[in-house]
Write a protein that binds this ligand. Structure first.
Ligand SMILES: CC(C)(COP(=O)(O)OP(=O)(O)OC[C@H]1O[C@@H](n2cnc3c(N)ncnc32)[C@H](O)[C@@H]1OP(=O)(O)O)[C@@H](O)C(=O)NCCC(=O)NCCS
Length: 168
């Protein structure tokens, strides 16, 4: 069922509420796809809002009719974890939807805004390191799988992910 949300660019003031959404979303929605011990290690790190993204002008929040944040996500020109920039290629970053709002079109609405703004900025392709549980979502948005990739979260802790790409 699609529910109506408003998508807007995030600010630093959204930090606490975005972290709340990520803390509600990731443990519950990633649990079926990952080893419990691995999640215990990485969740404290990956469920914290990233100030750099929040101020990037290409990170967004979805708000319900009352103005509560129910989802977040965005894109950067830099490949995550590096300073590499390739002309015309953007990278999907830190998507999360509150479990009470999944399968309501919130993630898709945030992605549509990403697509629109990235095209306006001259990008022609998005890359994504999808969580294992997120692959079907990105496939539904038109991404294709390049292969499995281990994303380093910190000091030798690898997070199995799926490297995906979509034309804009
Ligand atoms: C992945 C995530 C962002 C999707 O958000 P969402 O708001 O539920 O997605 P949408 O409702 O916009 O889904 C759009 C389409 O994607 C597909 N899809 C989404 N989630 C899916 C799932 N769990 N299984 C199969 N298909 C799925 C469906 O085709 C869906 O359309 P439909 O509901 O009409 O069938 C959300 O599940 C989430 O926050 N997961 C935990 C965090 C995470 O893994 N983030 C990705 C980090 S890379």
């Amino acid at each position: 069922m699609t529910k109506s949300v408003k998508i807007r660019v995030s600010t630093l003031n959204d930090n606490t509420l975005i972290t709340s959404v990520l803390r509600a979303s990731y443990p519950e929605l990633m649990r079926p796809a990952y080893d419990a011990k691995l999640l215990e290690k990485v969740l404290p790190r990956i469920t914290v809002a990233q100030p750099g993204l929040l101020q990037s002008d290409s990170y967004y929040v979805a708000e319900d009719a009352g103005g509560a944040i129910v989802g977040c996500g965005g894109w950067t020109r830099e490949r995550p974890g590096t300073s590499e920039i390739k002309a015309e290629v953007g990278h999907i970053r830190h998507f999360g939807v509150h479990p009470d709002w999944i399968r309501c079109g919130v993630g898709k609405a945030i992605y549509s805004r990403c697509e629109l703004d990235a095209r306006d900025a001259g990008l022609t392709q998005f890359e994504c390191y999808s969580s294992l549980n997120g692959e079907k979502f990105y496939s539904a948005l038109g991404f294709r799988r390049l292969g499995q990739i281990d994303v380093t979260i910190f000091d030798g802790v690898a997070f199995p992910s799926v490297h995906m790409v979509a034309d804009l």
